[in-house]
Ligand binder design. Structure first.
Ligand SMILES: Cc1cc2nc3c(=O)[nH]c(=O)nc-3n(C[C@H](O)[C@H](O)[C@H](O)COP(=O)(O)OP(=O)(O)OC[C@H]3O[C@@H](n4cnc5c(N)ncnc54)[C@H](O)[C@@H]3O)c2cc1C
Length: 371
């Protein structure tokens, strides 16, 4: 998110943009995710944002001069109950209204796309051929390199430890680099620290309700290419796709994950994931897992983001709470925030995703969240 904002600012001619990260550039969730990119959502906001983000993903390699292995094999959502079928149907109707090519499928039609599916317990599926998957690391590096070419300073291993203020105005950011402390003079700060955002906001007395929750993921031994779409099961949040190297990369929702900045892997996850994947495609029961890792979802009370300025501190912008879909949204969200910062463009998302909605009790909903 931070790199996308910086790149889009610099591309529009804004100078003196600095990105600081307390660790290496892929150290946060952006270097640990599944790379899934989809327009299959249940709110018009998310569908239309993702239509634009998918267009940006398609142009990314050419524009940033880096291969991000973007493959549009679609997302195949599976429904195992009538309630889930209805949920998919409502989302598909909304997506059609936005011009997305999603189709409702019978289990037999879903098996034409993935013949290895066990369809005996499926009720329906939905499929959008334009959804896809990118490889996250070059995506992050692409934003960083292109931002630097436009004059942005990207400083990994620079940890924000204080925000100095004069009244309601920020006047500098203090960062620690090794055993040195540096002060960066600025009156405008974008807090894009993902699961760590509440700690940054607290430096100026702003309380964000986001909580970090571990989300685990793993990768299998390589198989010959056989799977085009990312398969997602609404029953338990299982998802998996095949990488260009042949590995199956996937994860699953876990019923209770205590809040905390925990990026450790667990054996319990592997068992749950393996059982669910074998239920979905029985022939995958014998496929070996080679690696597992974890990152933090950055979760707000209504699983929708916090975006825009906050009351009490001038020019302090929040871009957080994107849970399991912040990677796919980073291209368009970074551009929208940069447009506002560079040109004062009116941004309606600031109202929808305002921090104060939690205190007002005006929570949002989104029915197509995975994990
Ligand atoms: C396992 C997993 C799978 C996922 N799958 C998907 C998916 O398929 N599709 C999708 O769209 N999303 C997915 N997500 C969610 C997605 O990864 C995140 O929403 C997105 O990467 C968030 O980006 P970000 O820039 O806000 O945060 P991050 O990428 O976490 O970046 C925040 C950065 O802030 C830095 N930071 C923290 N504290 C400080 C400090 N004091 N000073 C300076 N820097 C600091 C951190 O080092 C970090 O690099 C997944 C997440 C996980 C964990």
């Amino acid at each position: 998110m931070g790199l996308s904002v910086a790149y889009h600012l610099a591309e529009q001619g804004v100078r003196n943009v600095i990105v600081v990260d307390k660790t290496y550039l892929c150290g946060g969730a952006s270097g640990r995710n599944g790379g899934g990119v989809r327009a299959q959502w249940s709110s018009e906001t998310n569908v239309t944002l993702m239509q634009e983000s998918i267009r940006m993903c398609r142009a990314f390699a050419r524009r940033m001069k880096i291969n991000v292995w973007f493959r549009q094999g679609g997302y195949l959502f599976l429904a195992r109950t009538e309630e889930m079928r209805k949920r998919l149907e409502a989302s598909v109707a909304l997506q059609h209204g936005c011009g997305v090519r999603t189709e409702m499928l019978t289990p037999a039609a879903a098996a034409k796309i993935v013949p290895e599916l066990d369809t005996t317990q499926l009720v329906a599926a939905s499929y959008n051929p334009d959804d896809g998957v990118v490889f996250p690391w070059p995506f992050v590096w692409g934003f960083a390199n292109a931002a630097e070419k436009h004059g942005v300073k990207v400083l990994p291993f620079h940890e924000v430890i204080a925000l100095r203020t004069q009244g309601a105005n920020i006047d500098s950011v203090v960062v620690r680099h090794g055993d040195r402390e540096l002060s960066i003079a600025t009156s405008r700060v974008v807090n894009a620290a993902g699961a760590w955002s509440p700690a940054i906001a607290r430096l100026v007395g702003v309380e964000l309700p986001n909580k970090p929750h571990r989300h685990e993921i793993c990768s299998s031994e390589p198989l010959k290419p056989w799977l085009r779409p990312l398969v997602a099961d609404l029953a338990d949040g299982l998802y998996f796709s095949q990488s260009t190297r042949g590995e199956l990369v996937g994860g699953i929702g876990q019923s209770y994950v205590p809040p905390g900045l925990n990026q450790e892997s667990s054996f319990a996850f592997l068992g749950k994931y393996a059982r669910s994947r074998a239920r979905t495609c029985p022939s995958l029961g014998a496929v070996k897992i080679l690696r597992q890792w974890a990152g933090c979802y950055d979760l707000t009370p209504d699983a929708n983001p916090i975006f825009g300025p906050v009351t009490g501190v001038n020019d302090f912008y929040q871009v957080s709470g994107f849970m399991g879909h912040g990677f796919m949204m980073a291209p368009i969200i970074g551009k929208r925030l940069a447009d506002h910062l560079a040109h004062g463009t009116d941004e309606p998302l600031f109202e929808r995703w305002r921090l104060s909605r939690f205190a007002e009790g005006k929570l949002l909903s989104e029915g197509m969240i995975l994990g």
